[in-house]
Design a protein around this ligand. Structure first.
Ligand code: SAH
Length: 234
């Protein structure tokens, strides 16, 4: 059974975008996963096909309407659809490799891509959407965030990555950032490859990589080792 992604968007032309190329693109062609886009505007009912309106209580920008979005979601994900329903949102739970693995092990995803100031809260509550963030910054729309999430998921689907082992050694998979990599030439601008890596001693190499991974993680991401999160830089 292949992984089925349904995207609700005002810009279906943004898909598959980067996911039509390379590993993800080949897997899409091979049917390892499928991608369906649903134009939210098709579920508007007025002459102008309006999907947004001014915020209740005033303020800048526009808000996507709950009624229009609900019709689009109910069309994409009818009762009995087991796929999680996600809303890309900077207020969501930050995406992790652990969540990416869970999603990749499931039947697929239904993803709502926000635009403008975001979506009416009643829609999020009424359709129990899981809000997912890809980081502490603001995009102009949920589409690039959805592409990021799908890229991370698709590469984990069976058969997508040629060398399955590399997926398990990646940063975050074991709670550490990955060790540094080197390849030929043996010397680059006066910098040699570390001796241990050309020693042929696999035990020593594994120990060195582990130590480097721990050092990098301590320096850059102590939070991964259980330390409190870094204070925000003002
Ligand atoms: N007014 C909102 C931001 C809206 S940005 C706020 O301050 O929280 C418009 C849309 O872009 C959002 O609805 C969401 O779908 C998407 N988006 C923006 N930043 C994102 C992020 N970091 N992660 C996931 N989606 C994001």
């Amino acid at each position: 059974m292949s992984f089925a992604a349904s995207l609700l968007t005002l810009y279906p032309e943004m898909f598959p975008g980067a996911l039509g190329l390379s590993l993800a693109g080949r897997a899409l062609e091979a049917g390892t996963w499928s991608l369906e886009t649903i134009q939210i505007r098709d579920f508007a009912t007025d002459r102008h096909r309006t999907v947004d309106d001014t915020p209740a209580g005033g303020g800048a920008g526009m808000v996507m309407r709950a009624d229009v979005l609900a019709r689009a979601i109910d069309h994409a994900s009818p009762p009995g659809d087991e796929r999680p329903r996600l809303l890309m949102s900077p207020r969501g739970k930050p995406l992790t490799q652990a969540r990416v693995r869970e999603l990749a092990a499931g039947p697929g995803v239904v993803i709502l891509c926000g635009r403008f100031e975001g979506v009416d809260q009643r829609l999020i509550d009424a359709r129990a959407l899981e809000e997912v963030s890809i980081g502490d910054f603001i995009l102009s729309g949920g589409e690039p965030a959805a592409l990021v999430l799908l890229d991370a998921v698709v590469r984990l689907l069976p058969g997508v990555m040629g060398n399955a082992v590399s997926g398990e050694e990646e940063s975050f998979e074991n709670g550490l950032l990955e060790h540094p990599h080197y390849t030929r030439p043996q010397e680059f601008e006066g910098r040699p490859i570390p001796d241990v890596l050309v020693s042929g001693n696999h035990k020593k190499i594994a120990e060195w990589r582990r130590a480097e991974a721990e050092k990098l993680t301590r320096e850059r991401r102590p939070d991964l080792l259980g330390a409190p999160p870094q204070p925000l830089v003002k």
